[in-house]
Design a protein around this ligand. Structure first.
Ligand code: AMP
Length: 283
């Protein structure tokens, strides 16, 4: 497995593969890799010839009061995980080599990036879309795998690919949970045992919400989200948002909605966790 540290090295490698008709897969990550990331690599390996995993803690998607400086960094273990899951290359640039100090061009998705995390984390999805566009230009992937864990991010990037005609097929990967139901996340290491135990309410509340939505329909959304907020608060979480939206538009669900995303964000101690479930509406 090769390790590239600069954009130029990666682009040279990808151009050479392309000239030889090799199908490239890309798995963008911020490092501190876990079994959720590994599942994305496995999917990529099955769907192309060579998989490139980017390990880049992208400063442009963190707000000034967010956790960039304390985000876990486990580079050696990350490389080992990529190798053992069959990646062909890891791309691990420093921020200075990714962004010129006077960089002034950004990619802004202006609809599905607005609600949920977009409303709470100004600039976050601009940072995400910009770095993923750059990674697409460097790694030249035929396919790119993104997890349902970050369902809104997935939808923002699908729009970006559609609207800007990137020749990339986006493959969504199922959300991976631990045995206790907590969505696996690099940020889970911030939780102490008590916070971890309390955070299990997120999955419980989503199961409740999904069941209620399936049986009572979209008219019950205000009642369901209110009850979910209550469940999370009772368990000791501080709710950031609980919303049920049309998955394709991330606007309020209506009679034409075929899939509803129930998305939650809540703090346990200082740690902000997100989780979600996707409910198909059978008419
Ligand atoms: P991150 O390193 O947190 O930026 O995540 C990189 C990619 O891994 C994103 O596409 C995430 O959605 C995905 N991912 C992170 N955690 C999980 C999980 N528990 N299940 C599925 N995908 C995940």
């Amino acid at each position: 497995m090769q390790i590239f540290k600069t954009p130029a090295e990666l682009q040279r490698y990808a151009l050479e593969l392309k000239r030889n008709g090799v199908r490239i897969g890309l798995v963008p990550t911020m490092g501190a890799l876990h079994c959720g990331h590994a599942s994305l690599i496995d999917i990529a390996v099955k769907n192309c010839d060579k998989v490139i995993v980017s390990v880049f803690l992208n400063p442009k998607q963190f707000g000034p009061s967010e956790d960039l400086s304390r985000y876990p960094r486990t580079f050696d273990a990350d490389v080992e995980l990529c190798r053992s899951h069959g990646a062909a290359a890891v791309f691990a640039p420093q921020p200075e080599s990714m962004y010129c100090s006077d960089a002034s061009t950004y990619v802004v998705e202006d609809a599905v990036s607005r609600p949920l995390c977009g409303a709470r984390r100004p600039g976050h999805f601009r940072g995400v879309a910009t770095v993923v566009a750059k990674l697409f230009n460097l790694a030249l992937p035929d396919i790119a795998v993104f997890g349902m864990k970050d369902a809104q991010q997935l939808q923002v990037l699908r729009r970006m690919v559609r609207d800007l005609n990137f020749p990339v097929r986006i493959i969504p990967a199922p959300l991976v949970r631990g045995e206790d139901g907590l969505a696996v996340s690099s940020r889970n290491v911030y939780l102490n045992d008590d916070e971890h135990r309390r955070a299990l309410v997120l999955h419980r509340s989503l199961e409740y919400g999904g069941d209620e939505l399936s049986s009572a329909g979209i008219g019950a959304i205000p009642r369901i989200t209110a009850e979910m907020k209550n469940m999370i608060a009772v368990a000791g979480g501080e709710v950031d948002y609980v919303e049920a939206l049309d998955f394709s538009t991330l606007e309020p669900a209506d009679a034409s909605s075929s899939e509803i995303l129930i998305a939650v964000a809540a703090y346990f101690g200082k740690t902000r966790l997100i989780d979600n479930t996707l409910i198909k509406i059978i008419t």
